[in-house]
Design a protein around this ligand. Sequence first.
Ligand SMILES: [Zn+2]
Length: 200
Amino acid sequence: MLPIPVVGVPLIGALEPLEFTAGTLMGVRYLLANNGLWREIRTPWLHATVHDLPSPPKKPLPFGALPPIFSLQLPREAIQTAIASFVRLARQDSACESRQDFRLSSPDTLEPGRFEGSSSQATVTHAYDDWKRGEWLLDIHSHGHDRAFFSSTDNQDDNHDIKLAVVVGLVQQVAPEIVARLCLGQGRYLDVDASRWWTS
Ligand SMILES: [Zn+2]
């Protein structure tokens, strides 16, 4: 795990922009602001600050204010196409849980990783260590005949990742169930409305 720098938000003047860590497409740093500790994340598709540790009430810290940042640029058509192609494979797969990762290869294009079936819901593998940090955008897995939800195994798997996680349930139905969340690391998630992502 790479060390994460800590930067104080200046009382006067601008904060230096967050750069990608060398050899990656991701930058992460902690920011000490007057209202506590924030984590700033930047990838080609996400720029956000996450309030990891608020300061004690009525005791502002001796740092500057940090305006919240949240900019998410998802290639929605590419995600819909990825989900549709994944569901076609998952319907042919007898495994109770199959999965596939996708990376962002251009601002509106997703490149699929290998489709993997699994006979055990306790097994989670991501075989794409050669992808640069920040490229991995989409993690889709199937719950087979079960409903779509984020299980405790999914929480363990997603805990430290920066990605969009999608679960597909009831895959044999004409319109499968789909749930999604944005994973922001350190167990922080944002629910994402995936109700219009099924386009078959
Ligand atoms: Zn799951």
